[in-house]
Design a protein around this ligand. Sequence first.
Ligand code: NAP
Ligand code: HSE
Length: 429
Amino acid sequence: MSMEIGVGFLGAGTVGSALIRRLIYESDAISSKTGLQLAVRGIAVRDTTKQRGVEIPPGLLTDDPGTVVDNPDVRIVVEVMGGLEPAGELALRALRSGKAVVTANKELMAARGSALLAAAEDSGVSLLFEAAVGGGIPIIRPLSESLAGERITSVMGIVNGTTNFILTRMIEDRAPYDEVLAEAQRLGYAEADPAADVKGADAASKAAILASLAFGSWVDGNQVPREGIEGLQLLDFDYARTLGYTPKLLAIAEDSDDGVAVRVHPTLVPVDHPLASVRGATNAVFVSGPSIGELLFTGPGAGGEPTATAILGDVIACARELLARNEVRSRIRFAQGRVRDMADVTTKWFLRFTVVDRPGVLARIAAVFGSHDVSIKSVWQEGRGVEATLLLVTHESPERHLQAAVSDLAALDVVSEVATVLRVHGDEP
Ligand code: NAP
Ligand code: HSE
């Protein structure tokens, strides 16, 4: 026997309209597979006259989100408007009034997830957010349920589709940055403000969510140090390729006795590393633990359709829970975590310098690295007469030592420019 459950939408953009189309026009298929009848009861947008790529039956659209949240026929609220406000206040209002909430909003979850989950628990309803990380890849439920018994030591990978799409097109097609970013926006991969993608904020929010679920210590999105891809140049991609590396924007979260270290930055990975072959808007996340070894979750990380699938799964889970009248208690509990200072985090480094091309220069540069306890792994140099390009990869070194060395190197009279400093992941190719 199927029973009808009312669903309300906050937002009907790239993601919302893809899901609304399925709920309205594929309801028979959903019903025959799940036994559920999910009925769209209201859709809040900014502009009710806009074309949305889906025909919306009359009477559903409103520009007053409060009427969707307060509608007694809506039992599940899908928040796909993005941003902190009014999304945060509306989600809280829905939870407090006993409605289940499904959100794709990683910015909101990273900033206020702990408080929202507590509100959901107090009201005995669900707050699900599978789509907030990895688009269509199931990663939230595996971390919070399937792997709840594992002592996860690290979560690491590509979690932003837009930037991976940009890097792929720039490297493979020599396409200009601005042109590829515009293409990512057209394809529905980018955030409403794409600065969140290219400056690393979107990936930082996702890294905070993944770290919180993996390690059971709440990590606030604002605590995650991040660097984006804006400053990267094709020239560096070419030089990195010379040494056997390719650039990726990585989110890295590690747990240790000293605390949790979470960060997002462009990273060089060996060309034979599995992450090197992750192309376009695809995401890929490695989860490691002593018993499971290493798991890889990969798939479409952005775009309306795959993200709609992730949200629909959450909506179905909420509907089943509502019908079973499950108490939604003790879902996820978080301790207060100890976040490590980024300056203590250790990694390998790639550096590109322009230096004076004369005897003794390399020795002076090596001496600076040595004085800061940074060990050089490999050096590649191309002389051009007066000046030379110097590429250098170090062994593992704490960020604070490397940054101190860079600062001293920049002051050397034989160094014209420290052009690039990038982190390196994985073994030498
Ligand atoms: P979008 O295309 O910009 O859509 C946002 C929707 O929210 C629009 O329909 C907009 O109305 C509505 N909206 C925004 N502010 C509003 C307000 N104050 N009152 C009423 N309606 C408002 O964004 P999206 O790409 O669908 O993303 C939505 C959420 O999903 C974001 O949190 C994003 O991070 C997340 N997400 C996106 C993807 C992706 O691939 N795009 C993947 C995973 C997660 P109008 O249409 O009238 O402007
Ligand atoms: N803008 C995001 C990305 C959408 O490019 O990954 C998916 O969260």
